[in-house]
Design a protein around this ligand. Sequence first.
Ligand code: 0PR
Length: 364
Amino acid sequence: MRQPEPEPQSFNRVLSSMCTEPHPDARAAAERFLATNPGDPATYEAVADLEAQAVEGLATLAAHPTPSDAAGYVTSGGTEANVQAVRSARNRHEGSDAEKGERDINVVAPESAHFSFHKAAELLGVELRTVPLDDDYRADPEAVAAAVDDATALVVGVAGSTEYGRVDPIPELGSIADEVGAGFHVDAAWGGFVLPFTDHAWSFADAPVDTLTIDPHKFGQAPVPAGGLLAREDAALDALAVDTPYLETRSQATLTGTRSGAGVAGAVAAIDALWPDGYREAAERAAENAEWLAGELADRGYDAVEPELPLVAADVPESEFRALRDAGWKVSRTGTGELRVVCMPHVTRAALRAFIDDLDRIRR
Ligand code: 0PR
């Protein structure tokens, strides 16, 4: 007998994810392009044109000086974008061609950097130097300055950290990278679609940013898979290109070969539908929800970390955390065990009220 189709994940009680319900236009666009491959642009021309639009849209969000000819592509996610940023910087680092393997190249990142940088370092044979944070979970510029040297190919700043939603001092980190001739990468994988509506300094306009990660499949409300890698100059992407003898196009800078045309089309449709007003509304609503939740948790005596971007962390005991999971809430924890709630667009005030009601019941 045929098994019933499994129900896809409902977002009702998902408070842990950095992904969200895609915009209906994005869902429809993704379905139309399911069988296309932007990795072969000479064959799949329509999706290749869409990818150029996606890059221009993302570059506009990230205040690239010339969005219409920004370099970049739609990746499979933030991990690929970060790996490629490290690879580009390694390949561009002075002397790296002649001396590969004979000299150690390093990447300096704050401890808050996403684990994709650890994957990158291992894959690419570079040393990852992680640097302690200040007492508000941001990169400490003095510690970064102490860690860099002339073998530093890349300095990383995080604009919207995975655990606490913090924005590193991006301009200061950019200056440090500049001083040692290193590249500078900003990971705005999650933060990139809310930061344009804040006064944080994070973008190409705010610092000497060489490459930047900004993912449509997170706050951009695009279907998975759609990450984004942007570069200030073509040279950053050229450093990734390999020859592709049997394709009509002569080279490929992406990490994967065949890629998701659905991801590309979905990203364009989401940006078309939501930039800027829809994203602004989503960002403002998320910020209000995060403030509200942090306040409710603090009122109940929990040690809640003041949200900077819409992400709330609070010291909730293990037993209560378990009981919330048992009640069906998808919540996660920081490395040090704090409850972590990501106020994505699908997270409504009503859902957060129900969550707090369940917490009150558990505490009784
Ligand atoms: N950079 C940042 C700042 C991120 O937060 C993430 C993902 C990435 C890069 C990597 O992006 P991809 O997953 O698209 O490759 N952050 C994770 C996520 O939400 C972390 C995570 C995973 C958090 C599971 C909670 C959780 O339950 O996918």
